[in-house]
Write a new protein. Structure first.
Length: 289
């Protein structure tokens, strides 16, 4: 299992200098892996990213959230196709960088929808993801659909809803990505969704209920980590948190950062690394009971 951190903990810019800051911060905090947000996949140099993470002995993954102009679930075929093309490029970037995972809200726009999804929209997204699954599989990249709350998608807001959508996608290389921040809003508990997802769970985000320091909010991490142990989860476990002390004003607005709960990336990251590893170790000791 690789313990990782989201790049936005350290920087809001991912040019060479920003990459260096994120990679250095990841390494110094004790993480194994850096998740890079592909805000513009066409602007990312996969080969450069691959060399930089290799030089520092860490792994990389990538994530993104589609916008309305690239909404895979749009009934406008041209918009859905633009989203598919963007994700094709994202898969290629991850493969070029030597990564094995692309995750996030890659099945719809990451936005508040004012109406439920249509059957045509769900079908368009599912069909595109099946084609993208073929491309990802050939490139050695696993696709994982992040299950987010009702204010960020209308396709699936729970693990069970995600599993139903995976049935519609019908591809063995398209899986689920659970995030404790979103689960804390939508799920009935933190254990059952992990058990329901089982071996379709391939990526995990760890975030507190208020996006601040782990253990200071309302997320039941104990149950969540017991669930991971029960299903034998061995994929990435990645800490995610945001602050306008690091990211730009425009990105802060997009992410809804209306108040900052931290301003020291290094301290936050080191604390999160310890917290996650301590939780995993605590679960291991249950076998001794």
């Amino acid at each position: 299992m690789q313990i990782g951190v989201h790049g936005l903990v350290f920087t809001g810019e991912f040019d060479e200098a920003g990459l260096r800051a994120a990679i250095t911060g990841t390494q110094q905090a004790g993480f194994d892996l850096l998740e890079l947000p592909l805000m513009d996949p066409y602007a990312f140099d996969g080969a450069l990213v691959g060399r930089m993470v290799d030089d520092h002995g860490i792994a990389m993954t990538a994530s993104l959230g589609l916008d309305a102009a690239h909404d895979l679930s749009s009934e406008d075929a041209a918009v859905s196709r633009k989203g598919e093309s963007l994700l094709e490029r994202a898969i290629d970037v991850v493969a070029e960088a030597g990564g094995e995972h692309l995750c996030g809200v890659i099945y719809s726009a990451m936005q508040k929808y004012m109406v439920p999804p249509t059957e045509a929209g769900r079908a368009a997204s599912a069909a595109a993801l099946a084609r993208l699954g073929d491309r990802a599989q050939a490139a050695g990249v696993t696709l994982s659909l992040e299950i987010v709350n009702r204010y960020e998608t209308n396709i699936a807001n729970t693990a069970r809803g995600g599993l139903r959508f995976l049935e519609q996608v019908g591809h063995d290389d398209v899986h689920l990505h659970l995030d404790t921040y979103h689960m804390n809003i939508e799920e009935s508990g933190m254990l059952e969704p992990v058990l329901d997802a089982g071996d379709r769970l391939r990526y995990v985000h760890i975030g507190e209920s208020h996006r601040g320091y782990l253990g200071t909010g309302s997320v039941d991490f104990g149950s969540f980590f017991r669930g991971l142990a029960r299903v034998g989860y061995d994929g990435p476990v990645v800490f995610e948190s945001f602050s306008s002390a690091v990211v730009s004003e425009s990105l802060s607005n997009t992410l809804g950062i209306w108040r900052n709960l931290w301003d020291d990336s290094a301290d936050l990251a080191a604390h999160a690394n310890r917290f996650i590893r301590d939780q995993l170790r605590a679960v291991e000791t249950i076998a001794l009971h």
